[in-house]
Design a protein around this ligand. Structure first.
Ligand code: DMJ
Length: 536
């Protein structure tokens, strides 16, 4: 009897703390007065429809929750991630403001070739929604002002990567638009996307990789299989372009990506697999290289996510995803000899290459999300694969001296889940492994994913943090590795955002309402999330 009332008391305490927590979900702040709905919230009410409420200030986190319940925030760890974001951002502001990225050791700006020759404030645009989600109001407003006054491609004579510009700039701006309702972000997103359109003027409608924003002259990379376009690049436009059409009322963007879908759908596929290269002039596949890592990765991601983003209406996308994944699993999923680790190999013509890229580690989360969002005869098996892949990717971190994972790791008789070549041993602050921890945590509530995420935080602090920001490292197997002196914009956009969300309440950017683009910019789900803000 007494025992029962103690448990009843405990249960009600838990319920009370749960409701308080949900009430004070760590929400962002009201934004600029120019916003059409300046104080929209971005969390979902428990079990109900998404809330659009008025918030007055950044709430204090959830420090009063007595014990950690599955799905609730871990405030201390989350605050630590926020502090890391502040360190990365403040140093960028101090030493590289307006430049694309920061060199944290030499304390100056940096620009990778993907951004062309101009200073486009890539870190500002890419990192802004993370600031918003973390409730960093002052920094967010500072970034917003820069974008409003400086992000202008009109007088630039520079070649931009269509893919990178789309996922980081168009995606980042659209995410900020959805989160805040500030139409400046939507208009800037359209301004940028419009500059990419000349790249689609090819005989097949499959876009080139690079476009000159002044002249519109477009081309592919010389190294890409005789002038081919790359699957992961032209296959990773769908989410941003369909959403852009919906919020602007301009159908052109949706038309472009729907056409890409139809071209791909109609093509003969070797063994049902998608090669990484497609020639935009002839419409023929290039070299038969297949991968869920570099050059293939986010194409598969966008099939599943196009279906999710459409509120599960875009059945064609889900079918293509299911078919593509079934073939990848059939032909390329492997289990290692000794440690029985599951991994995706690459395939080159008919031969398997027993190597997995760090980039391919996002596939743990992807498979989990696919399995959880549609229950069928394979979903249980796919969830097991999701767990297996995420475990392997964790092993690739755990088997290094730094506890950070290499760019690629191999499976041979001599080694498993370790890099072999010098040029595979670096870590450039990439997010994919942490992304899978985050997604798998949300789906399974297995504490190990949070523990693994925390291991990564400790390793980042030990090996990548310097007084001027965060740097990549050149060899994860050395105790004291050399640094590469680059703070990638995706460290702010993805790595830190996923870590923050890993230690947050599930209702913050709920999977019921949002889908992440491949750069971790959340886009609202149509028909479900009122922040979709369709143009009427
Ligand atoms: C990011 O720009 C995106 O996640 C992209 O899909 C792959 N590479 C980087 C991060 O590693």
């Amino acid at each position: 009897m007494a025992l029962r009332s103690v448990s009843a008391l405990l249960a009600s305490l838990v319920l009370v703390s749960l409701s308080i927590t949900l009430l004070f979900r760590s929400l962002p702040f009201p934004i600029m007065a120019s916003s059409s709905s300046a104080s929209d919230r971005i969390s979902r009410s428990e079990g109900g429809s998404p809330s659009v409420e008025t918030s007055t200030a950044t709430p204090p986190g959830v420090g009063f929750v007595p014990t950690l319940l599955p799905g609730l925030a871990d405030p201390e760890k989350r605050d630590k991630i926020k502090e890391m974001m502040k360190h990365a951002w403040d140093n960028y502001v101090r030493y590289a403001w307006g430049k694309n990225e920061l060199r944290p050791m030499s304390r100056r700006g940096h620009s990778a070739s993907i951004f062309g020759s101009a200073a486009l404030g890539a870190t500002i645009v890419d990192g802004l929604d993370t600031l918003y989600i973390m409730g960093m109001e002052e920094e967010f407003n500072q970034g917003r002002e820069w974008i409003a006054n400086n992000l202008d491609l009109n007088n630039m004579n520079s070649d931009l990567s269509v893919f990178e510009t789309n996922i980081r700039f168009v995606g980042g701006l659209l995410s900020c638009y959805a989160l805040t309702g500030d139409v400046m972000f939507r208009d800037k997103a359209e301004h940028v996307a419009e500059k990419l359109l000349p790249a689609f003027k090819t005989p097949t409608g499959i876009p080139y990789a690079l476009v000159n924003v002044r002249t519109g002259a477009s081309k592919n990379y010389g190294w890409a299989s005789g002038g081919a376009s790359i699957l992961s690049e032209f296959g990773t436009l769908h989410l941003e372009f369909t959403y852009l059409s919906d919020v602007t009322g301009n159908p052109i963007y949706r038309q472009k990506v729907e056409h890409i879908r139809q071209v791909l759908r109609g093509m003969e596929k070797p063994r049902g697999l998608y090669p990484n290269y497609l020639n935009p002039k002839t419409g023929k596949w290039g070299q038969n290289h297949m991968s869920i890592g570099a050059l293939g990765d986010s194409f598969y991601e966008y099939l599943l996510k196009a279906w999710l983003q459409s509120g599960k209406e875009d059945l064609e996308a889900r079918e293509m995803y299911d078919e593509a994944l079934a073939r990848l699993i059939q032909h390329m999923l492997q289990v290692s000899q000794r440690s029985k680790l599951m991994y995706f190999s690459d395939m080159k013509f008919d031969r398997l290459e027993h190597k997995m890229d760090h980039l391919a580690c996002f596939s743990g989360g992807l498979l989990g999300l696919g399995a959880q969002s549609l229950k069928n005869e394979v979903s249980e098996r796919y969830m097991d694969i999701a767990k297996g892949i995420t475990n392997t990717c964790h092993e690739s971190y755990d088997r290094s001296a730094t506890k950070l994972g290499p760019e690629s790791f191999r499976f041979t008789e001599a080694l498993e889940a370790k890099a072999m070549k010098t040029n595979e041993k670096y870590y450039i602050l990439r997010p994919e492994v942490i992304e899978s921890y985050f997604v798998m945590w949300r789906l399974t509530k297995d504490q190990k994913y949070r523990d693994w995420g925390w291991e990564a935080v400790e390793a980042l602090e030990k090996h990548c943090r310097v007084s001027g920001g965060y740097s990549g490292i050149k060899n994860v197997y050395l105790e004291d590795p050399q640094k590469d002196d680059v703070q990638q914009s995706f460290f702010l956009a993805e790595t830190l955002k996923y870590l923050y969300l890993l230690f947050s309440d599930d209702s913050l950017i709920s999977f019921d309402d949002w889908v992440f683009n491949t750069e971790a910019h959340p886009l609202p789900i149509k028909g479900v999330n009122p922040l979709y803000r369709e143009f009427v």
